[in-house]
Ligand binder design. Structure first.
Ligand code: FE2
Ligand code: FE2
Length: 196
């Protein structure tokens, strides 16, 4: 099996795992509002959050395997998906409540608490993902993973390096499936071509 085929299977499993854990958020119309806003480069906030969730999950698998550290992966994915749920165009002056870099975790948390039920880990991830800029120390290891994944994704997006297009394609396909936007024949065809 070629490196590319192995990579595709890994990405497929990752996308499936991420979608399963984050489904309620991913398919919600509220979260999809993030598609209306650009985060870095030409990446929407929604796609940025998907990429951050993907890398957070990858790091969790890596540390679980190498250091035998356990992570709450459901909370990790949900927190990562909502970490930038601030819902405004930060490029427009006056939209943020203060300086965007410092204030948006607070706004994202306020919005997320209004629209979703959050646990302590998910709240910590959203509130503290800008560490060390915001000086609020992460209280959970899941938050540390999201702060790392967030920086890596931001750099890649600003440099327009493609690190998540396959995942985004898969997740959007799953959203369309969940919304019943495919005929059965078409779905089967897509699944067959995807697995090949
Ligand atoms: Fe952020
Ligand atoms: Fe972010």
């Amino acid at each position: 099996m070629s490196v590319n085929e192995t990579k595709k299977i890994t990405e497929y499993r990752l996308a499936k795992d991420l979608f399963t854990r984050g489904k309620n958020i991913i398919i919600s119309p509220e979260a999809q509002e993030m598609k209306k806003f650009i985060q870095h480069g030409n990446t929407t906030v929604f796609d940025h959050c998907l990429a951050v969730a993907k890398f957070s999950l990858l790091y969790a698998y890596f540390f679980e395997k190498t250091l035998k550290i356990e992570f709450d992966k459901d909370s990790l994915v949900r927190g990562a998906l909502l970490h930038d749920y601030f819902l405004y165009d930060w490029h427009i002056k006056g939209k943020a409540e203060g300086l965007h870099g410092f204030s948006h975790p607070r706004t994202a948390l306020k919005n997320a608490e209004r629209d979703f039920e959050l646990n302590e880990i998910e709240r910590d991830i959203i509130a503290k993902h800008m560490f060390p800029l915001t000086l609020r120390l992460p209280s959970f290891r899941e938050t540390v993973l999201v702060t790392l994944a967030d920086k890596w994704c931001a750099i890649a997006e600003m440099l327009r390096i493609d690190i998540s297009s396959y995942l985004i394609h898969r997740v959007n396909f799953n959203i369309a499936l969940a919304n019943g936007e495919f005929e059965l024949g078409e779905t089967a065809g897509n699944l067959v071509s995807d697995a090949s």
